[in-house]
Design a protein around this ligand. Structure first.
Ligand SMILES: C[S@@+](CC[C@H](N)C(=O)[O-])C[C@H]1O[C@@H](n2cnc3c(N)ncnc32)[C@H](O)[C@@H]1O
Length: 299
């Protein structure tokens, strides 16, 4: 199935989405994504017509606004991208830095699309002041305007009229979720501590996250979390407490590209945790179960 991806984003679940969807009910009312990033799960879910409504949220405001514009004003976004991309002819690097400086001043989401397409590995980076400081990729020109337009139009076709996009803290989103929803959570990487994470605009506190999950359990809500993972013997992320009574599924994401570069045979395993209410609805899920992803395209 050809699922559109308007922009690359670090930690995007585009490649893993088909495997994760196996652990969601076959049909449900609304998918809630509190840490949506590029909204890869919502797009994958909509492409398979699994839910009828989508709530896409990310604390990063220009990112959430960009997703909103892609869904609701796709032609305007595609035209703007085409113009910026073409203006890159003269001095591409100079052009990138000018756009980056303007974006940091204005937070204009359409400029963000250009930066995401042109920056190194689509990997957003922020300095301590919260300014976007990733460098341009010197070898790649960024998605061609025609391809970008096709992806944007396709993503819009899947989500328009069915979605709301917001920019709240995840706890506010969880507080408003209900029993008709399935919540998919992909919080920022846990390897760094505290509220700041240069890899995303904000990190989250482990204790806040666990307290929020406990709250969802007491309301009997259905949720799935992509949480930690491991490459070879190295694990990431503090274990989630046993009292949350989550079921763990390990997704085999294939060989880690970093390890392959270093000549090692390590595999990347991504963990998925299912809430008690969700596990109760699915065919019995063994506590640990492995699923294999044929091709790893993780960053
Ligand atoms: C791992 S990324 C999600 C990637 C996403 N699954 C995708 O496929 O693109 C985590 C996201 O959480 C967002 N985030 C960080 N702190 C947050 C918070 N307190 N509430 C909501 N979103 C937050 C970050 O801006 C980042 O986009």
């Amino acid at each position: 199935m050809n699922v559109p991806q308007p922009f690359q984003y670090q930690g995007s679940k585009r490649a893993l989405a088909p495997l994760i969807l196996d652990f969601l009910p076959s049909k449900f009312h609304r998918l809630v994504e509190p840490f949506a990033g590029s909204a890869a799960m919502s797009i994958a879910c909509a492409a398979r017509n699994r839910a009828s409504r989508y709530w896409i949220n990310d604390l990063n405001k220009p990112l959430a606004e960009l997703v909103n514009l892609i869904i609701n004003r796709p032609e305007e976004v595609a035209d703007h991208y085409t113009n910026l991309w073409k203006a890159d002819d003269e001095d591409a690097l100079e052009h990138y830095y000018t756009v980056r400086e303007t974006f940091n001043r204005t937070q204009e989401p359409k400029l963000f699309l250009y930066l995401l397409a042109r920056c190194i590995k689509g990997a957003v980076r922020y300095n301590a002041e919260g300014l976007f400081n990733q460098s341009p990729d010197k070898r790649r020109l960024g998605t061609r305007p025609e391809t970008m337009r096709q992806n944007i139009m396709a993503a819009s076709g899947l989500l328009r009229g069915k979605s709301i996009v917001t920019s709240h803290d995840f706890r506010d989103v969880l507080a408003a979720a209900d029993e008709n929803d399935v919540v998919y959570m992909d919080p920022p990487y846990q390897g760094t501590s505290g509220d700041r994470d240069s890899r995303y605009l904000a990190g989250i506190s482990f204790d806040h996250f666990v307290a929020a999950l406990d709250g969802l359990n007491s309301r009997g809500l259905r949720y799935v979390i992509s949480y930690d993972g491991r490459t070879g013997d190295k694990s990431y992320g503090e274990p989630l407490p046993a009292y949350l009574n989550l079921s763990l599924v390990e997704l085999d994401a294939g060989r880690s590209s970093q390890a392959t570069l270093l000549g090692r045979e390590e595999k990347t395993v991504e963990s998925l945790y299912l809430s008690p209410a969700l596990s109760a609805e699915l065919p019995p899920v063994p506590k640990t179960m492995k699923r294999h992803l044929e091709q790893s395209v993780l960053f």
